[in-house]
Write a protein that binds this ligand. Structure first.
Ligand code: CU
Length: 106
């Protein structure tokens, strides 16, 4: 019984976090966000997504992981390729993580 209660309590926390997220300032803040290191793992032009192994992304509250992102500009899908090392900024748009800008890392 106690375990279930703890679980329910833990599950209720993200709801508060999300509420806070809605109140956070939009575009201007995201543009100023520091760039995060990432490695392109896959470019999916059909889905307009790019899979990136990324470092800590404070702008969207994510620890390092490999995941797919949408892109702000679809032409980026033709420029990026698997293996590219990039530095990028991410933001949440309509519930999806998207790359808001990037540059190739040297
Ligand atoms: Cu992630």
């Amino acid at each position: 019984m106690r375990l279930i209660f703890s679980l329910l309590f833990a599950l209720s926390l993200p709801a508060f976090a999300q509420h806070d997220h809605h109140a956070s300032p939009p575009a201007a803040a995201a543009k100023a966000a520091p760039l995060t290191e990432g490695t392109v793992k896959k470019v999916d032009k059909t889905a307009s997504e790019v899979v990136i192994q990324h470092g800590q992304l404070d702008s969207i509250g994510m620890p390092p992981m490999t995941m797919s992102f949408g892109v702000t500009d679809k032409s980026w899908l033709n420029k990026l390729k698997a293996g590219d090392k990039i530095r990028f900024a991410a933001e949440m748009k309509a519930g999806n993580a998207i790359v808001s800008r990037y540059e190739l890392a040297k």
